[in-house]
Design a binder for this molecule. Structure first.
Ligand SMILES: Nc1ncnc2c1ncn2[C@@H]1O[C@H](COP(=O)(O)OP(=O)(O)O)[C@@H](O)[C@H]1O
Ligand SMILES: [Mg+2]
Length: 592
């Protein structure tokens, strides 16, 4: 996890978080006022000791005795009400902030370049959206409650103690720094552990997710024990880190308590000496001791607050890492209504990872409007990369790509991508109805007639009609209820409905057997009609009809021409072609 952000000053992170609460400052202020009222009731309890003891037990003042129970009840009533209002209001603001952050993060994800997804596992991204946002919620609510409520309580009590007896209070204050020191020590460790724990939890999610998604593979290879061991390792690492955190947490609380107890013992001892003096009444003494006792809990909570705050800061930093992440550069201003569909690659080179060097070199390729060009080559030769540069999933590192003579970077992303339909091996279906999956991306949806027309053309209508609710049937998460061929045909129907002038088929039929592929070929043929098509297929039999075949080797174009021409030339393509009939598909899709 590249969360170098932890080095960001905590104050910056606080300020930024507070910025999220700003729109809700009214409710936030009510909450703060509630906390102040709540805090103010605390010294009043201590103060009540004085008249109670001096007035009733010592001087037997019947009036004071009668008044006390009502005062006590009234005080509790105010305290309860203030406590309810402050915590409710603060949590309200907290949940708003969480919702706002989540929305902003999600929208940032939508605008993140493909690179972000390449470098961050989905488990890690999901952990940010769930676990880390909750961590922030704790910082902005629980921690703030303690900070303000207990902070003010402590201040109010201290002020009262100073008022009661300056000398005793001063002694009490002298012991303060010892407490602060022990708190500081704990803080540093918390930050370190809590960052590492979050990384681990991301890893934990990631490890589990791999198995959840690949459970069939795990079963088929009988690697349950291996996976269990792998998980156990991550699990154990997380546990041991968490224990270190627990240890720090558990040690710091009794430490602070011990110091406080020491303080109280000392004060009690000193005041017994002082109590011999005339000016200190029983009531004053009791009020002081009670105030001191009351001071203990808020101080205890204030010292323990560092853990949630630090956790919150680390979590917030990781959210900000996402929020401050790169965005897809959408600086183009030109738009295309509907492209004719002429594509041109001019000296295009691409590098994903500078340490690994370029994967494409000097690609020059022109595809006329309505032409079908097939890319062939071994796995890793750069076919998908060439296709990915067209919708600008990545920006070409070198050279330029033009559609209808316009550089793709000059177009707005929206306009550029509207010109393209992409059908790949891995069909992504959303957890929605068949109809909505076909009309995916269309704000207005599609009419029944349109849906049926494209489903028919994609040879999908027949099986859709056989589904329990036809087009309105919900497909489960990731479309598990459909066969590979059916999913593929839905993807084709989707592309038909989008009706973009340029079509990119990347191993669109690789997941299918030859029989199903033949079935879909007809659907593809009608999809490709009148469109500029870039087709990548590992079965050379499916691309023989292409107008032109471009053979790639290690990111370079080594040959191009029609199937017939290339066979006649007896070069690289001819070799691939012959090999396929001996060894089967040249490109193992599982390795791609
Ligand atoms: N997102 C990526 N990040 C880094 N390297 C990548 C990425 N995608 C592909 N590559 C690398 O680029 C090269 C070409 O890959 P690709 O275009 O997928 O080839 P093909 O589609 O022909 O199998 C390979 O060496 C591959 O490892
Ligand atoms: Mg590929």
């Amino acid at each position: 996890m590249k969360d170098a952000v932890v080095s960001q000053p905590a104050r910056e992170i606080y300020r930024r978080l507070l910025g999220y609460a700003k729109p809700y400052w009214k409710v936030f202020s009510i909450s703060i006022v509630g906390m102040l009222i709540f805090a103010a009731t605390e010294p009043l309890f201590a103060a009540m000791m004085k008249p109670l003891l001096d007035g009733s037990f010592v001087e037997r003042d019947i009036e004071v005795v009668r008044l006390m129970p009502f005062l006590l009840l009234g005080l509790f009533l105010i305290r309860g009400l203030a406590g309810f209002i402050d915590s409710y209001c603060l949590k309200w603001v907290g949940r708003r902030v969480v919702a706002d952050l989540r929305q902003e993060m999600f929208e940032q994800l939508l605008r993140s370049p493909t690179r972000y997804y390449d470098t961050h596992g989905s488990g890690q991204i999901l952990a940010k959206l769930t676990y880390n946002v909750e961590g922030v919620a704790n910082a902005t609510t629980n921690a703030l409650t303690i900070l303000v409520r207990d902070g003010f309580t402590a201040l109010a009590l201290l002020a009262y103690m100073l008022y009661l007896d300056l000398a005793l209070a001063m002694i009490f204050l002298l012991i303060g720094p010892a407490m602060v020191f022990s708190i500081k020590y704990a803080t540093r460790r918390f930050r370190r552990y809590s960052r590492r724990i979050q990384e681990r939890v991301g890893e934990l999610t990631h490890t589990a997710q791999q198995v959840i998604e690949g459970h069939r593979v795990v079963k088929a290879f009988g690697s349950e024990a291996q996976e269990a061991r792998r998980f156990a390792r991550v699990n154990e690492k997380t546990r041991s880190l968490q224990m270190k955190m627990v240890a720090t947490e558990s040690i710091s609380v009794p430490l602070v308590q011990l110091i406080s107890a020491l303080a109280i013992a000392l004060i009690v001892y000193l005041s017994t000496l002082q109590g011999l003096r005339e000016d200190m009444t029983v009531g004053t003494f009791m009020s002081f001791v009670v105030a001191m006792g009351l001071l203990l809990s808020p101080i205890k909570r204030l010292t323990a607050i560092n853990a949630p705050i630090q956790r919150g800061i680390v979590a917030a930093a990781s959210l900000f890492e996402l929020l401050d992440g790169e965005r897809e550069r959408d600086t183009g201003t030109r738009t295309l209504e509907r492209a004719v569909g002429r594509i041109e690659y001019r000296g295009v080179g691409h590098t994903y990872d500078p340490s690994k060097g370029p994967v494409l070199h000097g690609i020059d390729l022109t595809i006329g409007a309505g032409e079908t060009v097939a890319l062939v080559g071994r796995s890793g030769s750069g076919k998908t990369t060439i296709a990915s540069l067209l919708p600008r999933f990545y920006d070409a590192s070198v050279g330029e790509i033009l559609i209808d003579g316009i550089e793709v970077r000059e177009l707005t992303l929206k306009s550029l991508r509207a010109q393209l339909s992409l059908v790949s091996q891995d069909v992504v279906l959303f957890n929605d109805t068949v109809a909505n999956n076909i009309a995916y991306g269309r704000e207005a949806g599609a009419s029944l007639a349109e849906l049926e027309r494209v489903a028919e053309a994609a040879h999908a209508l027949e099986f859709i009609r056989a589904l329990p609710q036809g087009l309105e049937t919900r497909i489960g998460d990731r479309g598990v209820l459909l066969s590979g061929g059916q999913r593929q045909r839905l993807a084709i129907a989707r592309a038909m409905l989008k009706d973009a002038p340029i079509l990119v088929l990347d191993e669109a039929t690789s997941a299918l057997d030859t029989e199903a592929e033949r079935h879909i070929q007809a659907a593809l043929d009608s999809l490709m009609r009148h469109r500029t098509t870039l087709i990548i297929a590992h079965r050379l039999s499916t691309i023989e009809k292409a107008d032109r075949i471009v053979a790639l080797q290690d990111g370079r174009i080594v040959e191009q021409g029609s199937h017939r021409e290339l066979l006649a030339r007896d070069g690289y393509y001819a070799r691939l072609y012959r090999m396929q009939f001996v060894d089967g598909p040249l490109d193992d899709p599982a390795a791609a």
